[in-house]
Design a binder for this molecule. Sequence first.
Ligand code: GDP
Length: 438
Amino acid sequence: KPVVVIVGRPNVGKSTLFNRLVGKGVAIVEEEPGVTRDRLYREVEWCGREFVLVDTGGVVESPESPLEVAIRRQVEQALEEADLVLFVVDYKTGVTAEDQAIASMLRRTGKPTLLVVNKVDKFDPPPVLSDFYALGLSTEPIPVSAAQGLNVGDLLDAVIDRLPPEDREEERPQAEAIAVAIVGRPNVGKSSLVNALLGEERVIVSDIPGTTRDAVDTFFTWEGQPYILIDTAGLRRRSRIKEEAERQSCLRARQALRRAHVAVLVLDGAEGVTMQDKRIAGLIEEAGRAVVIAVNKWDLVPSSRKDAPRYLEALRRELYFINYAPVVFTVAPEGFGVTQVLTEVERALANARRRVREQELWEVVEEAQLRNPPPRVKDKRLEIYRAYQVAVEPPVFLLQVNDPELMTPYYRKYLENQLRAAFDFTGTPIRFVLRRHK
Ligand code: GDP
């Protein structure tokens, strides 16, 4: 989908416009975590055309603080991805030096740009826009009032007009973005991994308290598949006190997991699995998310322990409750293993979305019962009458039984293993729900 990026100096009404455009168009259909709820990227549909609308922070040309440098860099990155730029200026204040600076930045990028003059609260008499030609953009200024929703439809028409032609779009895979949460305790290399994934330094690293945005998500595409990295800014906010930092990383993980399709649990390969790693792994499992384990700092693992199969076996024992997670060995700063993480993320998500037909499922469940009869309490044996899949992400299997109380954790695990042997559920938890058959 084409990407439309909103830029402009602070206070011109970018966020208001963003919300207005999203509200005018049809916001995306699916209630997918991470896609609908994140603030910076929204899919918008207008007159049958879809595009991704991106809201950026403020742009400041003569930066006074590191945060502004960072935001500006982020805007530059956003501009790289943009198929169309909406440059927002303020009718009430007129053209400022900052606007001029942004305009010259935009001229340099040569991206197709629409000049949006916001805060035009009256269209009768028609607003005087001649001043805005001074910005030297080869485009008619489009007056709107984002706050009142005036002329926003016309703006959307103009956006659609300027998007790259549809057929070019068809060539691109129309894949939905995969929302990925990179989680792990402090210092294992999460930020390094994110930077390696992006191929350049894109994560905002400013540490000014109170000024960083709450959750900045980062968007990139790899081999035609769009990804959203959730809360990349949060990776940098950390306390100097170890316990506090760990508590924060748990909190962050919990929030990021809510919006993610897939979690990447980053471990420090040299340090091995700690309590804190287990805690975070537990959160991932509880959240029901697909998961990939990145054993980072593989370069620091002493050669005596660098036997991958044996290392894996030990790791799986430690993290037995997510023993279905694929493991990738990485050296983030060198980019080693990094694209393989993405390959596994895609695979894990595909497996989390796998639907098994009732017939095939029943064959496996029946076979499993023959091989290893269900548990019995006194004279009563668990009987399974029917099994079918009721959900994906994660897959949930409903078992109709004579008495749910008869199920044991051991037998549950056994059934899970049988299903995993029959179908590829690598990287995803699976659940059972038992219902008494009447
Ligand atoms: P975060 O707190 O999880 O985001 O960790 P960082 O990405 O900030 O990394 C912590 C430190 O470990 C930094 O000094 C990194 O340069 C270093 N580091 C990260 N990954 C690796 C790795 O694979 N190998 C080595 N040798 N160092 C790494």
